[in-house]
Each structure stands twice: as structure tokens, then as C-alpha cells.
Design a protein. Sequence first.
Length: 194
Amino acid sequence: MKVRPKAIFFAFAAMILAGYSFYRLVAASRGVPQEFLDARGRGALIAQSIVSMSNQAVGDLEKVNQLDRSRDYAAALDLTVQIANRSDEVRQKAADLAVELEKMTSGLSSVKSQEAKQAGLEAISSRLALIAHLLNYSSDLSDLANVLRAKFTGGVSAQSVTAVIEQINSEVNAINNFNRQADTSMQRFDNLTK
């Protein structure tokens, strides 16, 4: 008997679909509205994307710092502009995350357990804090571009590149921490709604 890769794929996909359907059925019977579950899933994916993009920028910022130290301001400014352009995409993802958080908030009112509601609110609050730090991060990237422009054009810069990069890294750390807190709260939510 010959096993075909397509057959394995379809069997695997069917198992995943059956598991997801079972999960939805069980979750619905626990008083967790489907709207909440769907928004939660989309929000988690968006948040993870934000975290990944922010973490990627950390390596790029180290390169900017190295270029600044070697007085290659033009290359540092070019790389900063590239990072800032990517931050526009991150800001859009933050707006998308806010939409999903709003859906989660409205769906949370249907959850029966008060403890589960509290855990859900904590997760939502952590994601909102993540968005706030993301906005600070974006603003700091603009500050970095301005500092580098001032250095590049021979203007006087009140801030050092290193100080701005440290602030950006601090915001990225905060984004990571709030994402972890949200994940922990959602795990508690899951345990309380089992």
C-alpha cells in the first residue's frame, strides 16, 4: 500500500479541523463567546507580529549605534529611515490589535466566571499597555532620525544617539514584558474557563 503525501496532508488537516471544531464547541459550552475567542486568536497573532518586528529593530539599532560611533552618519540615517518606515507597519498592526481588544472587551461581559473576567481584563490591559509603549517606540524612532540628521548636517544635537537607542530598547523590553503578561493572564483565563 502506497501512502501519498497529499493523503497525509489531508488527514492531518482534517485532524486539525476536527480538534478546532471540538475546541470551539467546548469553549462555547463554558460561557466563552465565540467573538471573544476569535478576537483573542487574531489579537495574539498581531501582538506576536508586533513583538517580532520590534525585536528585529533592536539588531538594526545596534548597527545604527555602530555607524554613529564610526561617524558614518549618512549610513546611520539611511538605516534609521528604513527602521522608521517599518514602524509605520507596526503602528498599523497596533491599530488592528486595538480593534481586536475592543471585540474581546465586549465579549468578556458574557463570561460567567468573575475570576475569568478579571484574568481576561488583565490580558486586555497588558495588550493596551503594549500599544502605548509601541507608540513611544515609534516616537523615539523619529527622535533618533532627527538626532542623526542634526549630526549629519553638522547641527548641534542635544541628545546622543546612544541615549535615544537605549530609550528605544527600553520600549522594546516593555513591549515584550506586557506581551508575556498578557499571555500569562490568558493562560489563567483558560484554566478558569475549563
